[in-house]
Design a protein around this ligand. Structure first.
Ligand code: ADP
Ligand code: MG
Length: 356
């Protein structure tokens, strides 16, 4: 435990030299709370954290979140090091707050066309697809609203209707154009935020890298975005515990069994504040600028691709139970679990839980 703890602190230190994004003490708080959740998972599920002699793992801090990678069947620490180096590279090109990143360049382009890395272009194309699929329930041009709410630092200020209306003038996916690896954001005051999809996309890229290195069993956790390679080393499925948001961070409401797949949850309890009895959380309705209030507490998505699972968890949360479930049933590559504020669980038709 001490080793992992100090490794996280070291990672924050090393990392902060590369790209200082956000509040440092907040990062330490998140690192410590993430570490607590990491051990809670080990206790309540047999996911990935019971390390065996044939496995190696490491933890770092990227995108304001705790990242853990466990590899089975190898003792080659250089693979882990390279995976974390890639994580740092992805943060340096995709972070909004990292000066000179592709996203920073797009957001400071003043309406001019900018050139981006292949990966950024691929990620933007996917984000555009999900905006089209959901009638902009998923919309990465939501950034001006995100800035107003600033859930990371906001002690509880609800923006005025007027501020929301002003920010709303700069939101709309139709103003974002991707042409190969060039990007144009027409409105100089518009900006993009990849918080709803980037972690999943990066997890997929890290998995791809590990597969190239011949890894056949691995567990990647990017701040709750879980992606696995193969089965556990003993051939059993991975058990992923889904947090019970009505209880403490270590309580599990459901367990999903997967192999070679991703599980991603979006919920109201991840980043929020409470004011006058109302909970204001970080998943916003791009059509109103306000946190989505539709009776959902969380949405969990299973898919082969973590980018799809990440985008869909946010999308389905915004769409709500009925439209979200309809979308999932229309896709052959994703399954979902919706948890309502009434504590009802709704599973999509392809999940084994639905058939019990
Ligand atoms: P987490 O970041 O906790 O994993 P999500 O994947 O649900 O959670 O993404 C939430 C993040 O996505 C927000 O913090 C914000 O950056 C962004 N976001 C919020 N609402 C939307 C939306 N309607 N469409 C696209 N991105 C959104
Ligand atoms: Mg998401």
């Amino acid at each position: 435990m001490n080793h992992s703890f100090f490794r996280i602190i070291l990672s924050i230190k090393e990392h902060s030299k590369l790209c200082i994004s956000g509040n440092f003490s907040f990062k330490i708080y998140l690192a410590v709370s993430g570490l607590l959740f990491y051990f809670a998972c080990a206790y309540f599920t047999d996911t990935a954290f019971a390390q065996t002699s044939a496995s190696i793992s490491d933890t770092g801090f990227y995108f304001d979140t705790v990242v853990t990678i466990r590899l089975d069947g190898t003792q080659d620490e250089t693979i882990l090091e390279e995976a974390f180096a890639q994580m740092a590279r992805y943060e340096a090109i995709l972070s909004r707050t990292c000066e000179g990143s592709d996203v920073w360049n797009i957001n400071h382009s003043g309406g001019q066309t900018v050139e981006v890395h292949d990966e950024t272009a691929e990620l933007l194309a996917l984000a555009l697809d999900y905006a089209a699929l959901s009638d902009s329930a998923f919309d990465i041009t939501i950034a001006p609203y995100i800035d107003l709410w600033d859930f990371q630092n906001n002690p509880g200020n609800v923006p005025s209707h007027d501020m929301i209306a002003q920010a709303g003038k700069h939101i709309g996916i139709s103003g974002l154009h991707l042409n190969g690896t060039t990007v144009t954001l027409d409105d100089p005051d518009a900006s993009i935020d990849l918080g709803g999809i980037a972690k999943g996309y990066i997890a997929d890229r890290i998995k791809e890298f590990l597969l190239e290195k011949g890894i056949t069993s691995a567990f990647i956790n990017l701040g709750g975005n879980v992606l696995t390679i193969g089965t556990k080393p003993d051939g059993q499925l991975w058990n992923i515990g889904i947090r019970d948001p009505f209880l403490t961070a270590s309580d599990i409401i459901s367990i999903v069994k997967i192999d070679d797949q991703s599980v991603v949850t979006s919920g109201t309890y991840e980043r929020f504040f409470e004011k006058n009895g109302t909970v204001y959380h970080h998943i916003l309705d791009p059509h109103t600028g306000y946190p989505v209030q539709n009776g959902l507490k969380s949405v969990t998505i299973l898919s082969d691709s973590s980018a799809d699972a990440d985008a869909l968890s946010t999308t389905c949360f915004v769409l709500g139970l009925d439209k979200g479930m309809e979308l999932i049933e229309s896709l052959d590559y994703a399954e979902a679990m919706f948890l309502t504020e009434e504590k009802e669980i709704h599973y999509s038709s392809g999940l084994p839980q639905n058939k019990n």
